[in-house]
Structure formats: structure tokens, C-alpha cells
Design a protein around this ligand. Structure first.
Ligand code: SF4
Length: 145
């Protein structure tokens, strides 16, 4: 069954999956999810977070992500961060989303969500074998599997 987007009718939480959660993980409402679509979900999420459309905001989001996750580190190379952030922001301007600068979106928005940085790199082969994401922006903390 194809995955779909769901919106909690109580708090607006967005869920992407084969079926909606019985209990909303954000507000705790029961059986409150209704089918939504990509554009509606993006409008809701965008209104809540504001655009990540500058180098300062994107790098801050990467740092926050790495700090909250005990298993990963952001590269210490400012040059790499600058280069990857420029690529991500160029993709935002030209393709509408902060896609990974190292990979080419297919044009299918739902499928391409997996390429929005940070992507699902922890599930990729590179992470298991080399201990870093495809572009080397994030790497595994020593001693963490
Ligand atoms: S491979 Fe690295 S740089 Fe590319 S989207 Fe994933 S996390 Fe971002």
C-alpha cells in the first residue's frame, strides 16, 4: 500500500505512512487523523517553522540536529559546511526544497522528500560502511554503531 500524508484534525500534526497513528504523538487525541495532501501538509509545516532559507538558519538546524542525536556529529570543516549549505540553498531556490547537493531529485515530490537535507542517511549503506552521510556532512560519533 502506498504511503500517504495524514493531518491530526486536533493539533495539525503531520504523519506520513501507510495508515494514521491511533493516538496523535503530539497532542494525544485518539482517532483524529484525516487524509491530507503534500501541498496542504507543507503549508502547515511551513507556517509553524518559518522558512530555512539562509545559511545561518540551515547551519543552525544542522547543529541542533547533531546535538540532539547522540550518535552523530556535524563535520568540523567550515569549508565543507559552506559548500554543502550553498548547494542546499541553491536547490531551494531552483527546485523548491533543500535537496541534498550530492543527489539528483527525480521530480516526484513525495519520493524526493527522502533527499531533503538532512536525509535518511542513517539508513544508507555509506553510514554503515564508512560512518558518514553520502556528502560527509554528518559522521558517526566514535564508538557508536
Ligand atoms: S547525504 Fe548528507 S548532505 Fe546529503 S542530504 Fe543527506 S545528510 Fe544532507
Amino acid at each position: 500500500m502506498a504511503k500517504m500524508m495524514w493531518r491530526c484534525s486536533v493539533c495539525g500534526d503531520i504523519h506520513y505512512g501507510n495508515k494514521p497513528p491511533e493516538i496523535c504523538p503530539t497532542c494525544g487525541a485518539a482517532d483524529a487523523f484525516v487524509l491530507t495532501d503534500f501541498d496542504e501538509a507543507m503549508k502547515i509545516i511551513g507556517r509553524r517553522t518559518g522558512p530555512l532559507d539562509s545559511k545561518e538558519k540551515v547551519v543552525a538546524s544542522w547543529k541542533d540536529f547533531a546535538e540532539r542525536n547522540g550518535a552523530i556529529l556535524l563535520t568540523e570543516s567550515d569549508e565543507e559546511i559552506d559548500m554543502l549549505c550553498s548547494g542546499v540553498l541553491e536547490n531551494l531556490r531552483n527546485k523548491g526544497f533543500r535537496y541534498c547537493p550530492c543527489r539528483i531529485p527525480s521530480g516526484n515530490q513525495l519520493k524526493d522528500q527522502a533527499l531533503i537535507c538532512p536525509c535518511n542517511f542513517m539508513k544508507q549503506k555509506n553510514w554503515g560502511e564508512l560512518g558518514e552521510c553520502w556528502c560527509g556532512l554528518f559522521r558517526k560519533k566514535e564508538g557508536r554503531s
